[in-house]
Design a protein around this ligand. Structure first.
Ligand code: NDP
Ligand code: ZN
Length: 182
């Protein structure tokens, strides 16, 4: 990435940190929410070798519309339409019932852009690792297993886009099923 692109990445980090400033993850320690988008970027950059600024910026912003007051136009105005489109493709419509949203993720995963698939793969990988390390407070093993199985069903629709990232997901899935769920 060039200097200008690093600047945009930092701008996205500041934006996401501000938007998620009052939010926490669901684990017992109530980890600051921003650790999650930052973790996606680390998986993409360090572990998968993905350096595309559109993917990395979208990863930082991926939960801002779904979980905060951010509008898609805020993202297109500040970060451009390519980033906005990727975030749009990974954003659930929270007005729908949860079971419908979960099924739509499975139905739509194969149809989204490659950039959106990379963000979704990193997201699911991070969340399965989180389940092992610091699961949501109060989740039974059965619920954790159901989450893992649903995540795999989504990822199975996106196979072929990035073998390294898929391997990272598969390892996280195997780890979660073996260490956390049996
Ligand atoms: P949720 O959507 O309620 O929660 C999972 C999401 O929480 C993740 O995708 C992640 O989203 C976020 N998250 C925040 N903190 C953590 C963390 N520490 N570890 C992992 N994820 C975290 O889960 P589901 O509705 O998918 O529930 C899982 C399964 O359980 C489903 O298959 C459902 O059928 C079942 N279920 C059971 C219930 C019960 O009471 N037994 C109730 C509801 C569902 P993000 O990346 O966006 O932050
Ligand atoms: Zn996420």
């Amino acid at each position: 990435m060039d200097t200008e692109q690093v600047g945009h990445l930092l701008e996205a980090l500041v934006f996401a940190a501000d938007k998620h400033r009052d939010q926490r993850r669901k684990d017992q320690q109530a980890t600051p929410y921003i650790n999650h988008p930052i973790g996606l970027v680390s998986i993409l950059w360090h572990e998968a070798g993905i350096h595309d600024p559109i993917v990395l910026i979208a990863a930082l912003l991926h939960d801002t519309v779904e979980d905060t007051d951010t509008q898609f136009t805020d993202l297109s105005d500040r970060f451009g339409s390519e980033v906005e489109q990727v975030v749009r493709q990974v954003t659930d419509d929270k007005s729908l019932p949860k079971d419908v949203r979960k099924q739509l993720q499975i139905d739509h995963a194969a149809k989204v852009s490659d950039a959106a698939k990379l963000v979704k793969l990193a997201d699911k990988t991070y969340n399965l690792r989180d389940l092992v390390k610091s699961p949501p407070a109060g989740w039974s093993l059965e619920r954790q297993r159901a989450y893992c199985e649903w995540a795999k069903r989504v990822v199975d629709q996106m196979r072929g886009v990035h073998p390294t990232l898929e391997d990272l997901f598969d390892a996280a899935y195997a780890d979660a099923m073996a260490r956390n769920l049996v």
